[in-house]
Design a protein around this ligand. Sequence first.
Ligand code: ATP
Ligand code: MG
Length: 148
Amino acid sequence: NDFDLVKFSEEIAEEMQVMAKQNQNIIYQHTGTKSTVNLDEKLLKNCINNLITNAIKYSGENTFIDFTTEINQHHCIITVKDNGIGIPEADQKHLFEAFFRAHNTGTIPGTGLGLNIVTRYAGLMNGIVDFKSVINQGTLFTISFPLS
Ligand code: ATP
Ligand code: MG
């Protein structure tokens, strides 16, 4: 069943903004002529919440968190980008393993399960999770869902 991804995402952005640190601004933008999509809303919401929670946690005050959605002919693409601590290159290949935490998290709390859940839930919708990260610069997560 189709739902309005833009309205859904605007609501998530608003909810997550409440959880953000001082002057962390969550900016949401959609690209595409179409705004409805057929995905599992609960699974998708859990994925996005996990990614934005990480962006908040692993970046500092006075920064932007960019959250985007795109619907094109063949895919629905979700991205969450921060300007935070980044992920050390040597840790990147382990990132989706359960209980794995990168070596630069310091005293930031976490169990290392969020991203493992994101990959599982995205996978249930045939989605692929990917990321690009540069230490001390930031991280971009992408989930790409094929549309039939
Ligand atoms: P939780 O289970 O509460 O989500 P967590 O945040 O530690 O705990 P994951 O969300 O699975 O676990 O993330 C795994 C690890 O990946 C984190 O511990 C952190 O080292 C790294 N990480 C994830 N997202 C980011 C990000 N946006 N910026 C920097 N590091 C990140
Ligand atoms: Mg997490």
